[in-house]
Design a protein around this ligand. Sequence first.
Ligand code: AGP
Length: 563
Amino acid sequence: MCGIFGCLGKHNLITQTLQGLRLLEYRGYDSAGIVYRTAQGKLRVIKAVGDINQLTARVKTRPATSLCLGHTRWATNGGVNLKNAHPQVSFNEQIAVVHNGIIENYDACRTKLQKKQIKLRTEVDTEVIPNILYLLQHNKHKIHQYLRGQYVFAAADTTTAPGFFVAKSGTLPLYLGRAKDTVYVSSDTMAFPATVQQIIALNDGDTGEITLDGSKFYHLGQPITKAWQAFTPLNKQTDKNGFATYMAKEINEIPDVLNRITAAYQQDETLLLHQRQFHRQLSQTDCVHLCACGTSYHAALIIAHLIEKHLHLRAIAHVSSEFTADTLIDKRNLAIVISQSGETADTLACISLLQAHRVPIVALCNVTSSTIAGQSELCFPLLCGPEIAVASTKVFCAALLVGCLLINRFNPADCAALGQLAQTTLQQARQLIHLPANRPQKIFFIGKQIDYFLALESALKVKEVTYTHCEGYPANELKHGPLSMIDQHSLAVVYQSDSTSNAVAEITARGGQVITLPPLAPENPLNFITRIIPAQIMALDMAEQLGINPDKPRNLAKSVTVL
Ligand code: AGP
């Protein structure tokens, strides 16, 4: 993961870099740092453990500079501390690097550098990059010959004219953006300021020497030309709209999201055309593989269940990282990948495997400019706008509704009623799950069939933002083991249906607390889409009681771009 942002120009570069980094915090917030060129041509590095607020507090002055590069880190190798934070500098402080990804041959690089009497000071793989760049001197574009792995980085060098060097290996994103008198580099185009009108996306194997007067590009060491592409800056909509947290704001957006999707998928010409294309693909398919991670995987479980139930077509949901070369696939299959960010490395790895088997790929994706959207033959947008809180909420409901619309076996009136149903559920959420005064030590969400998948998603939400032990279980499965865990310190939240009464009796008999969650609007077969809302609110309220910021839970990041 990790976010890279930097700029080359004249005005407020340190402030602009901090602003850009703030927009990339979704990629990690273990530590952050910047490097800028001083008036004397030296590199000045400032770092902080924690998020961009911590870094900003340490940036006491913001002198004019010609170059500033910044980084926000999600730790992979090397602990979370100041030493391991980026930027990482070469042994002689000539070159500084901000990096996203993993250098797989880090040990071999380290040994080579030690043989040349270059001592490394940290535990992070990144530190080898500025030192190898130092050894390459004017041949930096050959860097890919020395490093292995998926990585992107930007580097500043005191011995060159003001500018920076960039490199990309693999699928991690890195973009350049151009405004009137500034050039930017960013892990995500979303972080570019509104003045950016043109962009370049780096490709696997590219390197570039970027200056204000012009840039030189190479592919696997050979000179190439790369053209600037027109770019329309995105509407960032990053304010919390009066809510205390993004998670609260995003849960409250669910009614609007559902209404927006229903309208767009019934009226938008392109979406209608794509739906017809999808139905043609389905008619030629003997098995649908759905691949996704986390919350998106829980949506995949439900959509797979509905495809089998309504279309009588074999459908298998896979956790992306468990989808391997051993999984049986062939070109008569169809793949549906689901992703909020569109950058999840585990899901991108599935796409490579699927492409190798010439399996058509359809994406359900919220970020339509993302790598996953770009790698899919058809991309169905989830139309949620930015989802910033690490815990995914509105996108889960959106993926379910888009999945149901694609299955095309539901009454349009039931789809149209969902926005109002979500609104009612939001209003009643805290009565539906009334948190007990004594905080439970362990929580079980249980349900049957689709409700079991909702139980899994509910448990994930509570775990993510409250750090409380929590599990989702099929209702009838408790007696096969987990019932031994039930005592007066446990709480079971039961997605009530005709077949959950035995489980409730078994838990109550053993002193466990039980909250039953009846379906709202049972007559609407799509009511499960909004049924998750009380659990989302429960997780949010518990986080607030525990003093945890649910937008940035510890150890996590919004976009998971490492395998
Ligand atoms: C959801 O609350 C999580 N933060 C996480 O499980 C997420 O759903 C998962 O990492 C997949 O991300 P994606 O949808 O962006 O691919």
